[in-house]
Design a protein around this ligand. Structure first.
Ligand code: ZN
Ligand code: ZN
Ligand code: FE
Length: 744
């Protein structure tokens, strides 16, 4: 554009001095045509005196003390680098670590800021002359690409058998022969096998002791993925985006699937991703179109990311090991997303998104840490107008995961350039993270779990007014010491009122009881039903699919009578668990959320068989109940959602032999309608927040959104953070900030 002047980096960001005819056009295009990885937080311009430059130069950076230069997430290989590794003439032909300014590892290799090679795990690989020349040439795609490398100077892979013997090749033949490989990737190890080989998949499932938890797969390309799953335009964009997440997509029905059935038993969905590193593309030179790619960890423990750890921990699981010598500094699981209501919902936010910050509209005056919850934890560091969420760190009840949390907390402070001076934590006294916060020397603020879920969404939308939030969740410690989880909270970061909730029902064994959903069903029905109602339904617990041993029933009877180890709960998650078990869909939980996920899957499969689209409202089958009733009644502490009649009618249908999937479908509809009816009963007309882990349920969420649309109710949902506990810490930050500001 014939612009003259200069550009440099400073602690304010990028400065450009521009002189020319089309300055305004230049400024507009500069912001509109940014490179794929650029993310402009803010920009502005002002007029200065004309100097009369004759050319345009990149001038040396000003010393950037306390610079707010953001660290990039890791980025999937770009098309140019892909062309390089496929070109036999290119010096990076088949080089598994090719990258450039537009792609490659970032966050996972960064030890400290500023982001320069000596501060990354690439420091161990001095540049060869050719790479150094590319690095120094402003016209080269690899100009200032910190991880730049080639086969001559960069990291290398190594294939080992289980005895530690070095073998030639990439493991492609071994994969094709049905072996299980432990492969070191970008953020950690994967366990990998041919997804079309049932014997290999079964062996992996058995060795990993993974229960029924679905495996994610990597498809050779979009075309292959489309043979197995239906993909909307948004889903394709996500698959091919620089973040390259696992996309939970609807599985194609029919017999044509080439995938082993053990990949995702009981599910109507499949987690799919595309190759995102050069190494993945090289692996797909093999004769398979789909690979199982599951995080390599031991049951409940965090992701394995070091060679030595993998060789020791995965012996007996993996037949071969494909290692490399580039260290991973921040272990990062694959991110998982699902498109719900046409928009992306983060189920697990990690590789490809972290450490991208989320803006905060009320500045955080005192740099702060929020430690998050207990399950699916991610913490948050925030200062001024930016909040940085950590990657998914797993369940803190596992000690190794809790150590990983502490390790990442140390190193993440460098990445975010934030040293906390205060800490926010959950109200639950027994969370590992709560104890950690209480042991610290910082000022502490405790935050109610569902209040944080509400405020998290408000913050993401930059909203500060009081709104109604419908928080449907697994579990959270309530202000009355009970386990909350189906809450209608009205408020903002400054406080909340509880306007309505699911009636309290007895949860035997507390949160641990979630693993035995049949016990929950038993306890709920026994409590809700009259003696005569119970008499007619007791037989349910003797059926093959829902059998509860006699001694367990007597034990539960005693528990319910004495109240020992019985906790009243209003949890949505436990309601779904109970229904799932009662229908015989899932009576034994092998991973968190399984009963609810399989309930949704059964409902969706049935609805699809009837030609009903999720959320569709006109369907009104002959001879069927429109819905199961939820009773909304006023009580001392607000409206209470009663499920007595709901269970009674469901039990009638079960006894009448109605298909479980059909009952599951109408149950989803009943919950959705109860949510919207309650909003209407509360005579609330403002925007409504929908948040909490249950809103990862597509069938329920889309139905609620449809009903809200019919009532002209505006819906606010999580956009860049997970609706579940992976987004909790952000809400904690905003609430604690209000509390601390008040104290100042
Ligand atoms: Zn590239
Ligand atoms: Zn080189
Ligand atoms: Fe939660």
């Amino acid at each position: 554009m014939k612009i003259r002047g200069w550009v440099n980096n400073s602690n304010q960001g990028v400065n450009i001095h521009a002189e020319g005819e089309e300055i305004e056009e230049f400024y507009a295009r500069l912001r509109a045509e940014i490179p794929p990885l650029a993310h402009i937080l803010s920009s502005n311009w002002h007029e200065v005196a004309l100097v009369g430059y004759e050319d345009f130069r990149i001038v040396t950076s000003e010393e950037a003390q306390g610079a707010k230069v953001l660290v990039s997430p890791d980025v999937a290989i770009c098309s140019d680098c892909l062309a390089d590794i496929r070109d036999p003439e290119n010096r990076r032909f088949r080089y598994p670590f090719a990258n450039c300014t537009n792609c490659g590892p970032r966050y996972t290799i960064i030890r400290d800021v500023p982001y320069d090679r000596p501060n990354t795990t690439m420091a161990a690989f001095p540049l060869c002359a050719e790479c150094a020349a590319e690095y120094a040439d402003p016209l080269d795609r690899r100009f200032h690409a910190q991880p730049v490398a080639c086969g001559g100077c960069g990291p290398q892979v190594e294939l080992l058998d289980s005895a530690g013997q070095i073998l030639p090749g990439w493991g492609i033949d071994q994969l094709a022969a049905g072996n299980i490989l432990a492969i070191k990737g970008l953020g950690g190890f994967h366990l990998v096998c041919d997804a079309g080989n049932p014997e290999a998949v079964n062996r992996l499932r058995a060795r990993k002791e993974r229960g029924a938890k679905p495996f994610a797969i990597m498809a050779r390309n979009r075309g292959a993925a489309l043979r197995e799953v239906e993909l909307s335009r948004v889903e394709v964009e996500l698959l091919e985006s620089p973040g390259a997440p696992i996309v939970i997509a609807e599985r194609r029905s029919g017999e044509s699937s080439r995938l082993a059935s053990a990949i995702a038993p009981g599910m109507d969905t499949l987690g799919v991703m595309l190759p995102y590193t050069p190494l993945h593309h090289i692996l797909f030179e093999g004769p398979y179109d789909f690979l199982v790619m599951t995080s390599a960890n031991l049951s409940g423990e965090p992701l394995i990311y070091e060679n030595s750890e993998a060789l020791a921990g995965l012996r007996g699981i993996a037949d071969y090991f494909l290692l490399h010598n580039r260290d991973i500094f921040h272990p990062c699981d694959d991110s998982v997303v699902r498109v719900i209501g046409g928009e992306v919902v983060y189920i697990r936010r990690a590789r490809g998104y972290v450490p991208r910050p989320v803006e905060v509209s009320t500045p955080i005056l005192r740099p702060m840490l929020a430690v998050g919850g207990e399950l699916k934890n991610a913490f948050c560091l925030a200062s001024r107008e930016l909040a940085f969420m950590s990657q998914y760190l797993g369940d803190m009840e596992d000690y190794a995961s809790f150590l990983r949390f502490q390790q990442e907390l140390q190193s993440f402070q460098h990445v975010a350039s934030i040293v906390p001076q205060a800490v926010a934590h959950d109200l639950h006294p027994n969370y590992q993270t709560t104890r950690f916060a209480l042991d610290s020397s910082w000022p502490k603020v405790s935050v109610q779990h569902h209040h944080a879920h509400l405020v998290s969404v408000l913050g993401e939308h930059g909203a500060e007014q009081r709104v109604l939030g419908v928080i449907c969740d697994g579990t959270g410690y309530g202000e009355d010491g009970r386990i909350w989880g189906f809450e209608f909270l009205y408020g903002n970061a400054r406080g909340f009122e509880r306007w309505a909730h699911l009636e309290y029902l007895p949860l035997p064994g507390g949160d641990a009881g979630a693993k035995k959903p049949l016990r929950i069903a038993y306890a709920y029905l026994k409590t809700l039903f009259s003696a005569s109602e119970w008499a007619s339904c007791e037989q349910l617990f003797g059926r093959a699919s829902t059998k509860l041993p006699e001694d367990e029933m007597r034990w539960l009877d005693w528990q319910l009578q004495s109240g020992v180890q019985v906790f009243p709960t209003s949890s949505t998650g436990r309601l779904f668990d109970a229904v799932s078990a009662l229908l015989g869909i899932c009576t034994r939980v092998t991973y968190e959320g399984q009963a609810a996920m399989e309930l949704e899957a059964a409902a969706t499969i049935w609805a699809r068989g009837q030609g009903i689209e999720a959320g569709q409202s006109q369907f009104n089958p002959v001879g069927l109940k429109q819905k199961y009733p939820v009773e909304i009644r006023p009580e001392q502490d607000g409206l209470s959602l009663g499920v007595h009649a709901l269970f009674r009618e469901m039990v009638d249908d079960i006894l009448a032999g109605v298909e479980p999937g059909e009952i599951a479908y109408w149950f989803h509809r009943a919950v959705a309608e109860a949510i919207v009816e309650t909003i209407v009963r509360l005579e609330y007309t403002g925007p409504v927040v929908l948040n909490g882990g249950v809103f990862q349920n597509k069938l329920l969420t889309e139905r609620v959104m449809r009903l809200c649309q019919n009532q002209d109710i505006q819906v606010l949902r999580a956009r860049r953070l997970p609706p579940g506990d992976g987004g909790l810490a952000y809400g904690q930050i905003l609430i604690a900030n209000e509390v601390l500001n008040k104290c100042v």
